[in-house]
Design a protein around this ligand. Structure first.
Ligand code: MLT
Length: 270
């Protein structure tokens, strides 16, 4: 469904406070499929980031929300907010995984009235160090030259060692999705993530319930970053650590992720 600037997908009941799920890089809403199945009784909404899944190219999204063409998570957040409002959603529980978490932090800064509760999964609030930023810009250029090959090597970085050794179907799914990742989306998102500032302050006075979740084998989002977000959240947060899981918790072990999201949802929806 694309009545707003981004593709929005509804799952489950059509009424009630929505649970909005924002996906990681360089994937799309399919990343949430196994979690959505486990939350079939809740009104879940997934949204594809600019240039990914069913969403238009980032340039068109920027125009639709009145922003310049410079890649930024602020544009992504404005587009999520506009898409939700176009679908009649004024308030929602919003959870984001990794890049989805960065977009959620920008939403907390710019559209906090939308947020009834927040879930930050496999993500962090700090800006990148210089080396990581330079690497993102290199990957963006490579994607423009070679397409999805630029992200093929991410499998080993994002999946935990247990998944790599014991969950071949998850590894195969991840490889297939990476092979389908769109060049324009990859390049735009890497440049947008490279310029993101530290956004811990966006959580400081956010007086809504929170969830912070990470896998024990996640090498990209450290435990200290998760603890810091959980401690900073103005409304308090449950910190969930999922064993034997890497950076793609929702894909690697959807049961505990769905259970944690359900607890977050039920803390505000009756
Ligand atoms: C993601 O999973 O969204 C990415 O790992 C985010 C990032 O590159 O920081």
């Amino acid at each position: 469904m694309t009545s707003g600037p981004l593709a929005l997908h509804r799952h489950g009941p059509e009424t009630g406070l929505p649970l909005v799920l924002l996906h990681g890089f360089p994937l799309d809403s399919r990343m949430w499929d196994d979690v959505v199945t486990r939350l079939a009784d809740l009104p879940v909404v997934t949204v594809d980031a600019p240039g990914f899944g069913g969403s238009p190219a980032p340039g068109a999204v920027a125009v639709a929300v009145g922003r310049d063409a410079e890649p930024s998570l602020e544009t992504a957040a404005d587009a999520v907010a506009a898409t939700l409002r176009a679908a009649g959603v004024e308030r929602a529980v919003v959870a984001g995984l990794s890049m989805g978490g960065y977009v959620l932090l920008a939403l907390a800064e710019r559209h906090r009235g939308l947020l009834a509760a927040v879930g930050l999964l496999d993500t962090k609030a700090e800006a990148d160090p210089e080396e990581a930023r330079a690497n993102r810009l290199r990957v963006a250029e490579e994607a423009e030259r070679t397409g999805a090959d630029a992200v093929a090597g991410m499998v080993e970085a994002v999946l935990g060692e247990t998944t790599l050794a014991e969950r071949p179907e998850v590894v195969a799914r991840m490889r297939a999705w990476l092979a389908q990742a769109p060049a324009t989306g990859i390049a735009w998102a890497q440049r947008a993530m490279a310029t993101r500032p530290t956004r811990l302050s966006a959580l400081e006075d956010l007086e809504v319930p929170g969830l912070v979740l990470r896998g024990t084998e996640d090498t990209l989002s450290p435990q200290a970053a998760a603890q810091q977000m959980a401690q900073t959240l103005g409304g308090g947060a449950e910190l969930v650590v999922v064993p034997r899981v890497g950076h793609m918790s929702a894909l690697e072990d959807p049961d505990p992720v769905a259970q944690a999201l359900r607890r977050l949802y039920e803390s505000v929806a009756t």
